[in-house]
Ligand binder design. Structure first.
Ligand SMILES: [Zn+2]
Ligand SMILES: [Zn+2]
Length: 262
């Protein structure tokens, strides 16, 4: 099995209009979409953004008659402290192969909202990491820790500032992710579009030094053209850190696959 993109969006997300067909027409061996689940989402005026599971199931059944591709189910779950029970209730009635855990917002604002730019950056980053550490204790689901730097995308924090101010809490976060056997995601939106590659160059060796072995690559595509975005650069970073494999999640199983060369 070759590695496949484990983070991408379709029209079942509030912020994408992409079709499944545009991804599948690339002729993929395995495909998994991971549409957004975000309750009381500040991005959409505090709407509950929930990917329609029935529609998802129906769509995949229809696609399976037209494509050879093995179709898996995924979801990207944004978690805010206090929402754990409601999210668990949703998940308990539905099956997914891969569940991405993300911190996107704090109940008041999304970390990508313009208002973040007006706040002291170290305070925002501190709140963001504390929320992540808390959720790793309070919310038991999730195979992949997505974009560890999402809350930093607007802050223009240097790797040096990250190290000087946040190494203790990052260490705590990474240890929790490692204990939970989650995959650490290299996220192409962060890495390529928000120029945070240097933060990953700092974080990946830290994660490895704590015993971390499970990595994933995610394009975080919202359009099919971005499928596997940044994979060769992100794989190069891992290779430079002696990482040779990536993890994929399929229901209760996980498999190691070779690090892609392109
Ligand atoms: Zn996300
Ligand atoms: Zn995403």
């Amino acid at each position: 099995m070759n590695y496949y993109d484990q983070h991408l969006h379709t029209y079942l997300s509030f912020d994408s209009t992409e079709t499944f067909e545009n991804y599948l027409d690339k002729g993929l061996e395995i495909f998994v979409s991971t549409d957004h689940f975000d309750l009381k989402n500040p991005y959409t005026n505090f709407n509950d953004d929930v990917p329609d599971y029935e529609e998802y199931t129906k769509k995949l059944a229809e696609l399976s008659t037209k494509y050879e591709t093995k179709l898996l189910k995924g979801i990207e779950i944004g978690v805010v402290p206090g929402q754990e029970a409601a999210i668990m209730d949703f998940l308990s009635q539905r099956e997914y192969d891969v569940k991405i855990m993300s911190i996107h917002q704090n109940g008041k604002f999304d970390y990508m909202d313009p208002i973040v730019k007006t706040k002291p950056k170290l305070e925002v980053a501190k709140e963001y990491f504390e929320q992540m550490a808390q959720v790793l204790d309070s919310f038991p689901e999730g195979n992949i820790l997505a974009h560890f730097d999402y809350g930093l995308r607007q802050l223009e924090l240097s790797p040096k500032e990250l190290e000087e101010n946040f190494e203790p809490i990052l260490t705590e976060i990474f240890k929790k992710a490692i204990d939970r056997q989650m995959g650490f995601e290299l996220n192409a939106k962060s890495f390529v579009k928000y120029n945070n590659a240097e933060l990953y160059r700092y974080a990946v060796p830290l994660y490895i030094s704590l015993g971390g072995e499970l990595f994933t690559l995610g394009s975080d595509a919202h359009v099919a053209e971005d499928y596997r975005l940044g994979f060769s650069e992100m794989a190069d970073l891992l290779r430079a850190n002696q990482v040779k494999e990536l993890v994929v999640f399929q229901g209760k199983d996980k498999f190691m696959t070779e690090l892609p060369t392109a």
